[in-house]
Write a protein that binds this ligand. Sequence first.
Ligand SMILES: [Zn+2]
Length: 141
Amino acid sequence: MIRFSLACDRGHDFEAWFRNNEDFDTQQKRGFVECPQCGSSKVSKALMAPAVSTSRRQAKIALAMGEAQKQAMAELKALTQKMRENAENVGDKFAEEARKIHFGEVEARGIYGEATPEEAKSLAEDGVSFMPIPVFPDDRN
Ligand SMILES: [Zn+2]
């Protein structure tokens, strides 16, 4: 179903639903489409103004989400920083160190570092508790 904005020859605006464009054309030619205000069957499609305001509304929503995401990103960054405080950066030895801690081979402590997807999968299978933290473009060292 398509909603058309229509106008009669006396300038009344109204809306009506049709199956498709063809359906409207057929009904209009037969005089089945009547203005609800004056009953005129001299009806034509009005300019599709609603489509314009819809895209404007979407642009506004995208803008609002951009601001919200910026805010969330800042919070996430602060949270990530907090997680790293007092934790040891073990770099690419994360999987090795996490496993040692898990099996009590070394003193338990907070660590962070990088792991490949395979290492992460293997750690999870061993029951090692860890969680991925986001890496921001400007905080790699
Ligand atoms: Zn009318």
